[in-house]
Design a binder for this molecule. Structure first.
Ligand SMILES: NC(=O)C1=CN([C@@H]2O[C@H](COP(=O)(O)OP(=O)(O)OC[C@H]3O[C@@H](n4cnc5c(N)ncnc54)[C@H](O)[C@@H]3O)[C@@H](O)[C@H]2O)C=CC1
Ligand SMILES: O=C(O)C(=O)COP(=O)(O)O
Length: 528
């Protein structure tokens, strides 16, 4: 497969990609050139410079995965990627320390006017009185966003004998308490902090979080550090607040427009320390993110579940160990169920029995939906977009869970309701990985879901199976396996035949016309 790398990424990561695929490195591509090139690629690797817009994603007919060698994915239209079934994954941990240390460097530079003093000495001056700074010890640091980097910064601030307040509505008070940090409301950070540092993603909620009105609530003389994303602070409002003396200074690594706009108002104020988005720029971080993203891309291109995908519900490693063996059978059950359906599917219910019911099974339910929607839609349906595609088609998916199980250690049952009736399929694993369908529409069976399966419910009387066999023989179609399933109540049975080729429509029509056959379905399990 072909991979395009469009931002500077460490050779160590590229070498990993080259072990399995062809890699082209093309940097600084104009937007229209990226749109023109992308149809030829299966994967795209970026940092923050390439803008992966809707236009790029819509043109990307073969694209399966976008890998971000870093954290922030605000330069990628993740919604467009999700709709198209393109996995977006990042490398969330490789540059945490780099960004944490850069934040500390920026904070100290700001407190002690280091860049300005450096420039002054370089220009031949010796002005000791002009650059008197402030101490960090004893000051209050407000951390906005107590994630990986925010936590790293908070720990270092505590070591410098600062008091730390943090605002992050998505973490628990326990997490903060364990760190000796007080979790407070946004306005309390504003009112109490001598230094404020941002460590939030740029989202619809955080865009412009720090605007004109916010500066009215800060402690006068506050110093502001932003090594997260430019859009979180309104740059004009910040420049104004510095000029008005409300803010004593700011250290900024990230900007609304990058490379920085020459008209950026921050360039016109003195009390600022600016770096060109250097937070992740250490030798160690660049190797770390490149290796992590390359490994993620290889997993994605193999069609295996990715743990660092940002547009699939994250699955912790211990849960993945339990559910991964069942992903294949779940998908095949979805595929079988949709072939049984006659009408418009309204609901899909997946029941989990046994120990598997004790873990988060959403990814398995997604696998069922993927198997169910794949055969009926033109568009790519995968782990990324299957829940959204189902919802968009008005299909309600639901899970039922019970630890109780009769005959199998773990049993999955898919029930679908259409506007014309209901169908069910139950499946499990024999041993560690042998997929088995053990029930179809109430008939007990023991079927390996692979290849082509001919399913024929019929009246339980002699001669019917023989007639179907004869039709297949007449068309030189080999039967690789066959069994008859029965229900508790006699009267009807189901024949399930594994055939070695696709059955043309005339053959299917002949089979359906056999006296006593109650409908015949052909399921193709050769799903990608
Ligand atoms: N300057 C640079 O080169 C780098 C910048 N970054 C940026 O730093 C930021 C933080 O990165 P990480 O700590 O790795 O991410 P993270 O995901 O570990 O932490 C982000 C935190 O922000 C919190 N958050 C989200 N929305 C919020 C809201 N509306 N209000 C308050 N808190 C909110 C989350 O709960 C989470 O705890 C990201 O924007 C990332 O892009 C990351 C690496 C390098
Ligand atoms: O990882 C992040 O979010 C960063 O901001 C780093 O950006 P970069 O990879 O250096 O362009």
């Amino acid at each position: 497969m072909k991979i395009l790398v469009s931002d500077p990424v460490s050779e160590k990561g590229i070498a990993i990609l080259r072990q399995e695929h062809d890699v082209d490195v093309k940097l600084k591509l104009p937007p229209e050139e990226l749109v023109a090139l992308i149809p030829g690629y299966d994967a795209l690797v970026v940092r923050s410079e390439t803008k992966v817009t809707k236009a790029v994603i819509e043109a990307a007919d073969k694209l399966k995965v976008i890998g971000r060698a870093g954290v922030g994915v605000d330069n990628i239209d993740v919604d467009a990627a999700t709709k198209k079934g393109v996995i977006v994954l990042n490398a969330p941990e490789g540059n945490t320390m780099a960004a944490t240390e850069h934040t500390m460097a920026m904070m100290l530079s700001l407190a002690r006017n280091i860049p300005q003093a450096h420039q002054s000495v370089k220009s031949g001056e010796w002005q000791r009185g002009k650059f008197v700074g402030v101490e960090m010890r004893g000051k209050t640091l407000g951390v906005l966003g107590l994630g990986r980097i925010g936590t790293g910064v908070a720990k270092r601030a505590l070591a410098m004998e600062m008091k730390v307040l943090a605002y992050d509505p998505f973490i628990t008070a326990d997490h903060a308490r364990a760190l000796n940090i007080e979790l407070v409301e946004f306005d309390e950070v504003l009112a109490g902090a001598d230094f404020i540092t941002m460590h939030l993603p740029l989202t619809a909620d955080t865009k412009g979080l720090f605007g004109k009105e916010t500066f009215k609530k800060v402690k006068p003389g506050v110093r502001i550090v932003n090594c997260a994303r430019g859009g979180v602070i309104d740059e004009a409002a910040l420049a104004e607040a510095i000029k008005d003396g409300i803010v004593a200074g700011a250290a900024i690594d990230v900007f609304e427009k990058e490379p920085i706009d020459p008209a950026n108002p921050l360039l016109a104020v003195d009390k600022v320390v600016l770096t060109p988005h250097l937070g992740a720029s250490t030798a160690e971080a660049q190797v770390g993110v490149a290796v992590d993203v390359a490994e993620g891309i290889l997993v994605a291109l193999r069609g295996e579940p990715v743990t660092t995908a940002v547009n699939i519900a994250p699955v912790p490693a211990h849960v993945m160990t339990v559910i991964k063996p069942y992903l294949g059978v779940a998908e095949k059950m979805g595929c079988l169920a949709v072939h049984l359906a006659d009408g418009r599917i309204e609901t899909v219910e997946v029941e989990y029995n046994g120990q598997i019911s004790e873990v988060d099974t959403r990814m398995l339910t997604t696998a069922v939906l993927k198997g169910l929607l794949g055969p009926i839609l033109q568009e790519t349906v995968n782990y990324v977009n299957a829940p959204g595609v189902a919802k968009g088609r008005g299909i309600k998916a639901k899970e039922i869970k019970s630890k109780e199980t009769a005959n199998f250690a773990n049993l999955l049952t898919v029930r679908i309701r259409t506007d014309k009736g209901s169908h069910m399929v139950a499946g499990t694993l024999f041993g560690k990985e042998e997929a088995r369908i053990v029930m179809i529409d109430g008939y007990r069976v023991d079927v390996d879901p692979s290849g082509w399966l001919l399913i024929g419910p019929h009246i339980d009387k002699p001669g019917i199976i023989g007639k179907v066999g004869t039709i297949l023989g007449e068309h030189s179609i080999n039967i690789a396996g066959m069994q008859v399933g029965r229900t508790e109540t006699a009267g009807t049975s189901i024949m399930v035949m594994t055939v070695e080729a696709d059955l043309p429509t005339p053959v299917m029509l002949k089979i359906k016309a056999v006296d006593g056959i109650l409908g015949a379905k052909l399921v193709n399990f050769n799903i990608g």
